[in-house]
Design a binder for this molecule. Structure first.
Ligand code: FES
Ligand code: FES
Length: 157
């Protein structure tokens, strides 16, 4: 039985993907759309490496079934770093030397920028990043850099 394609917006462009059994948003982004900035980690919802922004909220792309994608609005790291919140987060992480391997950072940028864009100076960063693991153990440096972004957003408000 053929399955009709799904239409959604990814990084501001209208795209279609053909759902296949068991595939998630993560697979469609990386395999069908070539957006490999979003990383594959545990594929079980435990690490946050695959975090993207969907309809304004951070989601773990490995946990979003294709059935949820019709008319969704998705932003990946490729687009998020061009947004004010995403750019501020990425620049702060670079300035702080927060990365070791860097594998966790696309997901962290997505989670943090979605929270900062929504809550600004009131953002609870530890809560926003509670589902993002850094296997290199640089959580403290990452949170420190993001606190500076949050405080700067408060100064601008
Ligand atoms: S790869 Fe999705 S949460 Fe780990
Ligand atoms: S810097 Fe390596 S997983 Fe975070």
């Amino acid at each position: 039985m053929s399955v009709p394609p799904l239409s959604l917006t990814v990084n501001g462009a209208r795209v279609t993907v053909t759902p296949r059994a068991g595939l998630t948003l993560l697979a469609h982004l990386r395999n069908d759309l070539g957006l490999t900035g979003t990383k594959t980690g545990c594929a079980t919802g435990a690490c946050g490496a695959c975090t993207v922004v969907m309809n304004g909220a951070a989601v773990q792309a490995c946990q979003v079934p294709a059935a949820a994608l019709q008319n969704a609005d998705v932003q990946t790291i490729e687009e998020l770093v061009k947004t004010p919140a995403g750019r501020a987060v990425a620049e702060a992480l670079i300035a702080a030397g927060a990365a070791q391997c860097g594998y966790c950072l696309p997901g962290i940028v997505a989670a943090a920028s979605a929270a900062l864009a929504r809550d600004g100076a009131a953002t609870d960063l530890p809560a926003a990043l509670s589902r993002n693991l850094c296997r290199c153990g640089t959580h403290a440096r990452i949170l420190g850099a993001l606190e500076r972004v949050k405080n700067a957003s408060g100064a601008e408000a």
